[in-house]
Design a protein around this ligand. Structure first.
Ligand SMILES: NC(=O)c1ccc[n+]([C@@H]2O[C@H](COP(=O)([O-])OP(=O)(O)OC[C@H]3O[C@@H](n4cnc5c(N)ncnc54)[C@H](OP(=O)(O)O)[C@@H]3O)[C@@H](O)[C@H]2O)c1
Length: 294
């Protein structure tokens, strides 16, 4: 049985990986941030020496977009330098390194789902710092790095600690007591359920020789306003969704218009994710059950 050391046990994807690993025949261990901080390279090396995993999975990120613009040094420290250090240490210790990346490495000027080898061109510090992390990992652990780009991630009962929830939980809160809410119809995305991403990640890890960049998102694409309509339909919320165009720039921050991703490489290996509508249904099934979340 292969052993995984996971960074980010309290995160949206991290929690799902912990739940799913055994059914894919992986042992998984993880530490809280106070015991293993990605910005501390010595700590990473020590934990890898102590636990001797076959695979290191990094789910940590500095990913609140306005904060990345305000504190680019922090964004670079977590999304680039820490990833670079982990890749380097994994290369020295012959450990497979898996790290998550984002649709925001693209400029959004395409009008069909982005392929793994499409040209990158980030529009803001977040995308730039994640792309720098991708380059560093691929350069410093070239034979054993897997970059997984995903999009519009949601999962867990409380969502992301860093981002204070997720789109699904936050839009439900925002609609509370309102007749109508405005939601962007301009950005086109592939919203992805962390439960589906986790299983697809573990399937990919079963294919031991796979390395390089992979896209893993729920199938299909939609605008945030269409996604909201589907959320309200499932949750039986009768607030009206008013689609609005906000012209890409909110404050000083540029967001790419079209960032649906295509799972081309995963599909060629027979790894398929459910549609975004089915992903959303699975999330509501999870939210409505009484399963505890530690
Ligand atoms: N969320 C999205 O919409 C989205 C979209 C595209 C790509 N992604 C990428 O997908 C990945 C996972 O996202 P997610 O939504 O699952 O993230 P998340 O829910 O915010 O979880 C991040 C995890 O990393 C931990 N962490 C943060 N900083 C750390 C540090 N310095 N040292 C150690 N651990 C640290 C957090 O711990 P604490 O609980 O202690 O903070 C948390 O457990 C990220 O790489 C992100 O860039 C996300």
């Amino acid at each position: 049985m292969k052993k995984i050391l996971l960074i980010g046990k309290t995160g949206q994807i991290g929690r799902e990986l912990i739940k799913d690993s055994a059914s894919f025949d992986f042992e998984i261990i993880s530490f809280n941030r106070n015991k293993l901080d990605v910005s501390n390279a010595t700590q990473i090396k020590e934990k890898l020496e102590e636990t001797k995993p076959d695979i290191l999975i990094n789910t940590s990120a500095y990913h609140v977009l306005p904060q990345c613009e305000e504190n680019p040094i922090n964004a670079m420290a977590i999304n680039f330098i820490a990833v670079k250090n982990m890749a380097e240490i994994c290369n020295d210790m012959n450990i497979k390194f898996v790290t998550y990346s984002t649709d925001y490495v693209f400029n959004g000027k395409k009008d069909s789902p982005y392929l793994e080898n499409d040209e990158t061109d980030p529009l803001q510090v977040y995308g730039l710092s994640k792309l720098a992390g991708e380059y560093a990992a691929l350069n410093l652990n070239p034979n054993k790095t897997l970059i997984i780009r995903t999009n519009g991630l949601y999962g867990g009962k409380t969502g992301s600690s860093e981002k204070n929830g997720n789109f699904v939980l936050n839009i439900i809160k925002e609609a509370d007591g309102k007749k109508e809410i405005e939601v962007s119809s301009e950005q086109i995305v592939s919203p992805t359920y962390a439960g589906d991403l986790s299983k697809a990640t573990l399937k990919l890890l079963k294919q031991e020789n796979e390395t390089g960049v992979y896209h893993l998102v729920n199938e299909g694409l939609c605008s945030w306003s269409k996604f909201t309509e589907e959320i309200f339909k499932i949750a039986k919320i009768d607030t009206i969704v008013k689609p609005v165009v906000r012209n890409k720039i909110i404050g000083q921050l540029q967001r790419p218009k079209f960032t649906a991703l295509s799972n081309t490489k995963a599909k060629s290996l027979g790894i398929e994710l459910p549609s975004w509508q089915d992903g959303l249904k699975s999330y509501f099934n999870f939210l409505n059950n009484n399963e505890d979340e530690s």
